[in-house]
Design a protein around this ligand. Structure first.
Ligand code: NA7
Length: 543
């Protein structure tokens, strides 16, 4: 590696969450001079920012970790099936310390622009304080859900109470709900996790719900030490199973359609899954997300559970969803529906009576004004593309990523890893990769390993520029769409499709072919000398 100035690197990575931490480790081990820039003042990414009450993981923690280090796997022990945010943040800090990562991370530093310098095959990167740095490779570890969606309600600036977004919860302030009139807008995973916890403390909680959601009990519990021991002993056999699986968990999908069973047997299958908690879709039948009639059997079961749980029938009906189960991100809860039996909780249907404005005193809908001391936005994220588009990323000929993805009205990538027109730029879990529909740390690890292998290959072959071809990209995007269109997912208004953000072009932003299939496609591309990419060796010759 040739030595360079202080501000010139082989690789620059944005973000010190699960993605950036492992990318740094992987590249440093391979001898690449690497720098990570991170906005926060600590590691953790989404697990650094999401400190809202009740924030926890909804993937089974025993598999929700890195697998690249056997030593790390043996050393770390999760306390429970779905641990809370502080424990996950402790894990990431532990990783950062163990692999001595902090010395190459610059905290409190936002990357504002990244422009590709075609003549020199380098990325020129601008930091918020105006500093210019450069690197051969520019790698995004910005996460899929890190650009908060704060709807532009009229009057928010006049609100005299305090307001927070779940994804930017303050680190240095303890938000005290005791005795306060609290409003929560939104009931996705963040709302569903925080609402029961806030309700226990608040004087009164008003939930402003636009679309009801299906949520399944998490049934969190401490892990049995024997289970942990056994898993740790067999991890080397489990990892290949994770790699071949649909979602990065060692769970064999059911071989049966929901319509193969009689209503009685089916009911029992659903009852068992409900009692077990967790991955209802996986534990039950194989066609809930592709067959409307099968989906309806599961949806009807969950609706019946809501009606059984919520005492007031009018409130229960407001909580009952009427779209395909599982097509918005599945949610796990701890006593969510039960919370609406509390006397200090009110549910407001803002689809029936939309929010008109935020007033100095609270929220005014078309029907009433609700006085509030604290307002919580659990309104989600500009998912998948939002965090990338917050940065002024320009590839060849000055084309911005925003322009590229607006062209034709939809996002287009190659494997969710790369973009035609943006050489030497890689996205960890970018749009059109399985990312958020797989076990996230595992999906991240797979991308990081692929990028790490690729950079070593390029160095070994004297390649100074790698770029996805427009043809390969078009074919991948077409494939993504075709796979999505065989399912019920695109029929829902969700952040998977961009429908949650006003004006965002609608396209299905996640690859639904399954993690194992996708991983093999990526390996195949690499084994064919990076098929679908054009490689430029120095001096400029295309191979
Ligand atoms: P989500 O799942 O996108 O949920 C956001 C919620 O906020 C959802 O209920 C939205 O209703 C609601 N929302 C958004 N904008 C508005 C406006 N303008 N008015 C009223 N309600 C609104 O975000 P989360 O943070 O809960 O979860 C994100 C992911 O993090 C989750 O999927 C996991 O992967 C982890 P809508 O359904 O759009 O009608």
């Amino acid at each position: 590696i040739p030595s360079r100035g202080n501000n010139d690197f082989d690789a620059i990575v944005i973000g010190a969450g699960f993605s950036g931490l492992y990318m740094l480790h992987r590249l440093r081990e391979a001898g690449f001079h690497t720098r990570v820039f991170e906005t926060g003042d600590g590691v953790g990414g989404v697990w650094y920012w999401n400190r809202y009450p009740g924030a926890r993981c909804d993937s089974e923690s025993i598999y929700y970790n890195y697998t690249f280090s056997e030593e790390l796997l043996q050393e770390w022990t999760w306390s429970s099936r779905y641990p809370e945010q502080p424990e996950i943040l402790r894990y990431l800090n532990y990783v950062a310390d163990k692999f001595d990562l902090r010395r190459d991370i610059q905290f409190q530093t936002r990357v504002t622009a990244a422009h590709y310098d075609e003549d020199n095959h380098r990325w020129r990167i601008t930091l918020k304080d105006g500093t210019q740095v450069s690197a051969t490779y520019f790698i995004s570890g910005v996460g899929c859900l890190s650009a908060a969606n704060i709807p532009k309600f009229k009057g928010l600036d006049t609100f005299q109470g305090k307001w927070y977004h779940t994804g930017h919860w303050p680190q240095d302030e303890k938000v005290v709900f005791k005795g306060k009139r609290v409003g929560v807008i939104g009931n996705g995973s963040s709302g569903v996790q925080s609402i029961p916890v806030i309700a226990k403390e608040a004087g009164h909680l008003t939930v402003f719900q636009r679309t009801p959601q299906y949520t399944i009990p998490a049934r969190n519990h401490p892990y049995d030490p024997a289970f942990i021991r056994q898993t740790k002993e067999t991890y080397s056999q489990i990892i290949p199973q994770l790699h071949e699986s649909w979602a990065g968990f060692p769970i064999a999908p059911s071989p049966r359609s929901a319509l193969d069973d009689s209503p009685e047997v089916r009911h029992q299958v659903y009852e068992t899954a409900w009692e077990k908690g967790g991955f209802f879709l996986t534990y039950t039948y194989n066609d809930l997300t592709i067959n409307e009639a099968s989906n309806e059997t599961a949806a009807a079961f969950i609706r019946s559970k809501i009606r059984e749980t919520v005492h007031n029938p009018e409130v229960a009906e407001k909580l009952v969803p009427h779209y395909y189960f599982g097509t918005k991100r599945p949610i796990l809860d701890t006593h969510y529906y039960e919370t609406y039996n509390r006397e200090n909780v009110t549910l407001v249907d803002v689809k029936a009576a939309p929010i008109v404005e935020i007033t100095p005193k609270g929220i005014r809908t078309t029907e009433a004004e609700y006085e509030l001391d604290i307002l919580v936005f659990a309104t989600g994220y500009d998912g998948m593309t939002g965090p990338l588009l917050k940065i002024d990323i320009r590839g060849k000929n000055g084309l911005t990523l925003k322009e590229k993805w607006a062209n034709g009205g939809h996002v287009q990538t190659y494997l969710g890893l790369a973009n035609a027109g943006f050489p030497n730029f890689f996205m960890i879990t970018g749009p059109e990769s399985p990312s958020v529909l797989a076990n996230m740390p595992l999906a991240i690890e797979q991308h990081v390993d692929w990028i790490g292998d690729c950079l070593q290959y390029l160095r070994g072959h004297g390649v100074c520029e790698i770029e996805a071809t427009p043809e390969a990209e078009q074919a991948w995007s077409k494939h993504c769409k075709e796979v999505a269109d065989t399912t019920l997912y695109p029929k829902a208004d969700s952040w998977y499709t961009g429908a949650n953000i006003a004006g965002k072009p609608r396209s299905f932003l996640i690859y639904l072919g399954g993690f194992g299939v996708y991983r093999n496609i990526c390996l195949d591309v690499a084994s064919k000398g990076y098929e679908g990419f054009s490689l430029v060796t120095s001096p400029k010759t295309v191979s």
